[in-house]
Design a protein around this ligand. Structure first.
Ligand SMILES: Cc1cc2nc3c(=O)[nH]c(=O)nc-3n(C[C@H](O)[C@H](O)[C@H](O)COP(=O)(O)OP(=O)(O)OC[C@H]3O[C@@H](n4cnc5c(N)ncnc54)[C@H](O)[C@@H]3O)c2cc1C
Length: 310
């Protein structure tokens, strides 16, 4: 409950324009703890750096609340540029996209623009043997994202496109089951948005219990599972679960965010687990940065100190 109040307070403050302007003007140095850089070369060098520790990358061009259809298509073009650049640098591209950024919900000659742009991105990723994960956004987008995921798996197969389920949503267990026929590649997260209590668990213990259920059920259904959390207790439980149930190490991976628990990321990679870091980059870092601050008071203290020094 306190977690929820803290998150709500930070995200509400972050939405205020003067706060945004101040943080945008003075906070880039601090944001670089969580964001790899503003351009493609910085993002690719972060992937190469992590590879030295046996950690793979999941690149995310930042951009939310993109309004005009032309901007959405330009955003998709930039993701395709990223795929080209990764391929040229000898990196098999693995990227995450938010369907809202590429036009989800906007009509384009009778087809959803988000779906159209996602097709272009996945076509390119598939050409390079790569992978595209459809991030999950706030709950009004869950239905359409899962519907579009189903369409895209139908067209490209489950080796080139995956999506995300959030354990704070009541509906996620049912959603997981409903996707089983696709043998989906699923990333399980707790959920990063401010959701009403009509749709989401508010107590951390409920969110955590549901997280374990989602991971275990997805593994037992034989689907590839991305265990995306920094929660060490859950990670230890998952390690025990896979041992006890004979889940192969090549059928799941641990995922964490760039700049968070780097020690744990390295440790897991050294133990022989697949580990992937989610690497955001780009100029539009503010909303992502706010969500990371909202996740733990320690980060708010870090930012407040940095801003006072700056
Ligand atoms: C790879 C990846 C992809 C994601 N994709 C999505 C998505 O598509 N949609 C979505 O809604 N959410 C996404 N998230 C965010 C997720 O929903 C959570 O908000 C976030 O991961 C924090 O939850 P946690 O599982 O780490 O557990 P928590 O219970 O929040 O934290 C567990 C412990 O991890 C540490 N920790 C957690 N967050 C931070 C932080 N920011 N800084 C420092 N320490 C921290 C703390 O020590 C904390 O005690 C993603 C997360 C990851 C790791």
């Amino acid at each position: 409950m306190i977690d929820q109040l803290y998150r709500k307070a930070i995200l509400t403050v972050a939405e205020r324009k003067p706060v945004e302007n101040l943080v945008r003007a003075r906070g880039w140095g601090l944001a670089q703890r969580f964001v790899a850089g503003e351009d493609i070369p910085s993002a690719l060098s972060a992937v190469q750096e992590l590879a030295k520790d046996g950690i793979q990358g999941n690149l995310d061009l930042l951009g939310e609340f993109i309004e005009s259809p032309a901007d959405c298509t330009r955003f998709a073009d930039n993701v395709i540029r990223l795929l080209d650049a990764a391929h040229e640098a000898g990196i098999t591209p693995y990227v995450s996209i938010k369907l809202s950024s590429v036009g989800q919900g906007k009509d384009d000659a009778g087809t959803d623009l988000g779906l159209k742009n996602a097709r272009r991105i996945i076509t390119k990723a598939k050409e390079y043997g790569g992978f595209v994960c459809l991030d999950m956004e706030d709950h009004p987008r869950t239905d359409i994202t899962l519907e579009q995921f189903r369409v895209l798996v139908g067209e490209f197969g489950n080796k080139h496109v995956g999506t995300v389920l959030q354990s704070y949503l009541f509906r996620s267990l049912k959603d997981r089951e409903s996707l089983d026929d696709l043998k989906p590649n699923l990333r399980i997260v707790k959920g990063a948005y401010l959701e009403p209590e009509t749709v989401a668990f508010k107590d951390k213990s409920d969110v955590d219990a549901n997280y374990r259920r989602l991971v275990y059920q997805n593994m037992q259904a034989g689907n590839y599972t991305n265990v995306a959390t920094h929660d060490e207790t859950i990670i230890d439980d998952v390690k025990r679960f896979v041992l006890a149930h004979g889940i192969e190490r090549d059928s799941f991976e641990f995922q964490m965010l760039y700049g968070i628990r780097r020690d744990l990321q390295k440790e897991l990679a050294q133990e022989g687990y697949r580990v992937r870091a989610y690497i955001p980059y780009g100029r539009d870092w503010y909303a992502y940065f706010s969500r990371r601050i909202a996740e733990t008071p320690r980060n708010a203290v870090f930012v407040a100190r940095g801003m006072l020094k700056g």
